[in-house]
Write a protein that binds this ligand. Sequence first.
Ligand code: FES
Ligand code: FES
Length: 178
Amino acid sequence: MKPSFHEPSARVSSAESPSKHSITLKVNGSEKQLEVEPWTTLLDLLRENLELTGTKKGCDHGQCGACTVLVNGQRINSCLTLAVMKDGAEVSTIEGIASGETLHPLQAAFVEHDAFQCGYCTPGQICSALGLIKEGKAQTRDDIRELMSGNLCRCGAYPNIVAAIEQAKQECEKEEKP
Ligand code: FES
Ligand code: FES
C-alpha cells in the first residue's frame, strides 16, 4: 500500500508567524511603546529590545536571581515573567537606581563594603535588596539573609552583601523618618 503524504496546512504556517502584541511600559521613568512576541520574557525585552544590559541572565530558570528587577515596586525574576503580562506596569532596573551622578545608598554601601567580586550578580542583588527594604520585613541580619536567599553569588561575597544591605537599610529608614 502506498504511504500517504500531506501538504503542510495553512494553519501551521500562520502558527509560525504569530502576531505581536502592543504594550506600554514605564521603564526607569520613561514611557515605552513596544511590540512584543507573546513568548518574549521581560528579561529579554529589557536586555535585547531596550539595551538595558545591567539586568543579567544567569540561569534563565528562576533559580539564581541575577535577573531581578522591580515591577510596580515589587521584586520579581524577569526571566520567568512574560512581557505581555506586564502591560501598563512600572519597571525599575539597575540603570534607573542612581540619582544622576549620585549613587543610591545601596550602591554606595556595596562599594564601601566590597560586596562584589566579578559583579555579575550585583544588579540583581541590589534590585532585590531595594525590594526587601520596601517590604519592611527584615529586622535582623538573619532576616536579610533569609529574604535575600533567592539571589545567588558565585563569588561568595555574601557576608559583605549582607553588611552592605544592613547599612543601606538603616540609611533609607532614617531618610524616611520625619
Ligand atoms: S536568570 Fe532569572 S533567576 Fe536566574
Ligand atoms: S560577585 Fe561574582 S557572582 Fe556575585
